[in-house]
Design a binder for this molecule. Sequence first.
Ligand SMILES: [Zn+2]
Length: 445
Amino acid sequence: MLNIHTIGGYDEVGKNMTALETGEDVLLFDAGIYLPAVVGVQEREKNPTEKWMREIGALPDDLYLDKKNLRNKVRGILVSHAHLDHIGAVPYLGPRYKCPVAAPQFTIEVLKKLLEDNRNGIPNRMMSVKPNDSITIKGKENYKVEFVNITHSTIQSTMIAVHTKSGVVLYANDYKFDNTPTFGDKPNYQRLKQLSKIGIKALIVDCLYANDDRKTPSERIARGLLEDVLFTTENYKSGMVITTFSSHIARLKTIVEFGKRLDREVVFLGRSLNKYVSAADVIGKAPFKNQIQIVKYRRQMEKVLQRINKNKRKYLIVCTGHQGEPGAILDRMSRNQLAYKLSPDDHVIFSSKTIPTPVNIESRSQLEKRLKKFNVRIFDNVHVSGHGGREDLRDLIKITNPEHVIPSHGDLKKTEAGMNLAIEMGYKKNYNVHLMTNGKNLTLK
Ligand SMILES: [Zn+2]
């Protein structure tokens, strides 16, 4: 018998956490934060504690496990990839569990960087796993846990397969099927098919875009979109600023390559870019690192920006702030607080999409208003998503042929769309496709 406990990420996009209970053991999938809750957190609180983070609604409500007497049965925290809505809660919640944290290598390196900010560190042992490798998690029983390579918007993203007596539980947050990734390997279809032969008892799956009738385009397309903007607009004399997700190493690699082709010196600005690029570099996945300058300290930044400002056409700035985050580089640039002065015809390229939460939409539109006062050229949404659409989900269900489908990674509007697709494919509601909310338990016999 298996019990699946939905702790976070079923009523919102963020703070992902699911518990798999089997016999006397519990395994946790992901421990993420709710990003809208932590906007501007550094300005509000220098050393956020677990208690404080709980109060602002940033953490999954894992006190649920205490109430169910399950906390002491947790044998492992298994993290799928390096995005904060999947790993960001580990520094706060890890110490509550006497067990290892297991994740792909890049995710472990990012976690170490996050812990540098969190002075206390965590006592949990860290298990750094190469994608497509497996580990054993020891409990009352032993569990083979595989980290199957998949494509998404950060490197070394994985689907986690836990082998139990009742079959395989496959945790598929987050993914898309990208057959032409620009960096890293294709999805490991072969292993997914083998797992389906072994028998997948339950598929817990990303339904963020289950409502969208499409297959999410490859990262190759995002590369094409960027190429189009960078090489077909009149920008020979212009300043050029690109902002994108700091964890999107493949995208950053593309930007650096194009910067070189434009004969511009590429400069990365901002602490979070430094954090993710350094983490990638530790595992040998930042091949562009020696071709760029990374500036993380404010004093150093002023000097560099003064130099760039005098000769804009020679540089390409990559910076943080695509969501309009207060205090990020682009935010400060738009408020004229930096030595780089925006001027007409400067290219400001958002290689990103605004995350559709009220906070993000508002700060992003304010940012744009401020930018437009400088008469810069704005290129929005030069981006493709890392999350699969409805047709990716259909393929995933076909390939893995799970006995049960559990839609996740969103509120009911999103998970319901995932459920409806499963029903279209022959599943029955409450029988083998299950619509869940946070803090619920599903028993699979
Ligand atoms: Zn993700």
